[in-house]
Design a binder for this molecule. Structure first.
Ligand SMILES: [Zn+2]
Length: 230
């Protein structure tokens, strides 16, 4: 299939695509398939080949790229349209399928962080609620008449200690949880992208993206047996 998509571009008649302008070199550039990419390569032309305004030597093209031979626009869409129908070029369903695990793992991780936060919160509540009991017991011990200062100071120590710990947890736990959730989301977003262009960010449930059948950005096929649309 590879040779079917080879295009030589230049002023010479022997090119697949003749671009007949003075500033275009005889053999200016070549477009070809390499692996699962459409490549454009400049053949050391005098005035250059440009992709999105940048002079290039060799780059992999995307359908939305603006290509020009010197300043003459060269439309890559017709090549892409045919190429996208080639399963060996455009079928990203197995890579896309592996994103299901990425999505599921993220949900599990989120649940785990939230539950862990709830456990800490319960402990914090318990400690705050136990304070009055400790104070009461210590006051009772002090005034109950046996007069032992030791019995008084020990519960006061525990009460203060619990108060400090509870305050510390109150100030830190939720922040830590939010920070963990934020980090998990950042890591998830890095992986949850279109496997081909890696620029299209997925955000919905995996199944909903699969129903889209193809990447809205690069048109890679996500669901097998699907014929891409432009
Ligand atoms: Zn894509």
């Amino acid at each position: 299939m590879t040779d079917k998509y080879k295009r030589t571009i230049g002023r010479a008649e022997s090119n697949t695509i003749q671009v007949n302008y003075e500033d275009v070199s005889e053999h200016h550039a070549i477009v070809y398939v390499e692996g699962r990419e459409l490549i454009i390569e400049d053949l050391n032309s005098t005035n250059g080949t440009f992709v999105n305004g940048f002079r290039i030597k060799k780059v992999a093209l995307k359908p939305e790229d603006k290509v020009s031979i010197v300043k003459h626009p060269f439309d890559v869409i017709p090549i892409f349209k045919k190429l996208m129908l080639e399963p060996e070029f455009n079928d990203y369903s197995s890579e896309f399928n592996s994103l299901k695990k990425v999505y599921d793992d993220y949900q599990t991780e989120k649940d785990r962080i939230v539950k862990e936060g709830q456990r800490k919160l319960s402990l914090k509540k318990f400690m705050i609620m136990s304070l009055p009991v400790i104070v009461f017991v210590s006051l009772y011990a002090f005034f109950s008449g046996d007069g032992s200062r030791g019995v008084f100071f020990f519960p006061v120590y525990i009460a203060l200690n619990s108060l400090l710990q509870a305050t510390a947890m109150f100030l830190t736990t939720d922040k830590k949880r939010d920070e963990k959730l934020k980090q998990a989301k950042i890591n998830f977003n890095k992986k949850y992208k279109c496997p081909r262009c890696k620029t299209y960010q997925l955000s919905k449930e995996w199944e909903l993206h699969r129903d889209d059948k193809q990447c809205p950005n690069c048109k890679a096929v996500w669901a097998k047996e699907y014929i891409p649309e432009f």
